[in-house]
Design a protein around this ligand. Sequence first.
Ligand SMILES: Cc1ncc(COP(=O)(O)O)c(C=O)c1O
Length: 373
Amino acid sequence: MPPSFAEARVDLGVISENVAVLRGRAQGAQVMGVVKADGYGHGMIPAARAMLAGGATWLGTAFIEEALELRGAGIQAPTVSWIIPPGAPLSAGIAADVDLGVSSLWLLDEIATAAQEAGRRARVHLKADTGLTRGGVTAAEWPDVVAAAARAEAAGLIQVTGVWSHFACADEPGHPSIASQINVFHEALEVAEKGGLRPEVRHLANSPATLTLPETHFDLVRTGIASYGINPIPELTFPELRPAMTLHTKIALVKRVPEGSGISYGHRYTTTRPSTLALIPLGYGDGIPRAATNLGPVLAAGRRRTIAGTVCMDQFVLDIGDDAAEAGDDAILFGPGDNGEPTAEDWAAALNTIPYEIVTRISPRVPRVYVGG
Ligand SMILES: Cc1ncc(COP(=O)(O)O)c(C=O)c1O
């Protein structure tokens, strides 16, 4: 790994505080800290510890391998993994007491077989597709899956620990799919109950639902983005949440160029007067979207700037006009916004994406530096 002139500073105390806020919002429901994708780019193990310190009692990952990494770090909190493709390490997951999200009969069968071989009950969360139409069991297949799970439970092979689902549009308050999904979830719970299942936790809410839809909290809420302090609903504000990650770097080079200078690959930006340029040593190899060309906001030389020209693999350029700067001066791409720096939400708005993508894609090339906690 080459020396880096950048760091993603992650305040673990802030993650704990955000989770404590969400716990208050959850009104008695437990909180699952979602730490998949390396803790949305914040670092999975430190983020998980910070969330548990803030009052989360469950953790969530996409893949069993991620949950096994948590176990390897000595984290024993109940953990659900919900993307389980063929060939996933079921036996290792069962041995490590990882709760397994199940969206199909074939997976339920495979889990039962693996549990039999392991001589240990598998912990299973049956997922109903209530309208996201991604993972989950369709309403048509739900009764069969419930019946098969009840049989496997009676045979001592599995324990149905959870019944759950996931929203499509909880970040769009008032979207008609929200009420529809809640209804379908209630129907799925009724079928499960009639089928003899008594899950410990029923769960539906992600961050936006935790913040705005108390009727969706059930026994457990699954909060990812809000735990990292990022607002999941652009049209609302939640000042009690604070972004945990700040992406810092230093200006690598400063130079004066004449009017009419074409900047960076493709000359997609041209100076309109004699200008001072500041070279920022971060690029798409570090997770800065190339789509931030001429769009991404950066705090440098005392003011917010917009990237000038194409974002390259390792660098991009800022046009700071007649302002003063020196190589080695600080530049901040995003952070909590307290000192005039852009936020991940600002980046998302500028690039027509979501802040989830902005923080999660910062690559391992950028060292994470932990403070707080
Ligand atoms: C199934 C599931 N639950 C919960 C979450 C957390 O969502 P959010 O980050 O919006 O809280 C995710 C994240 O994508 C998810 O896939």
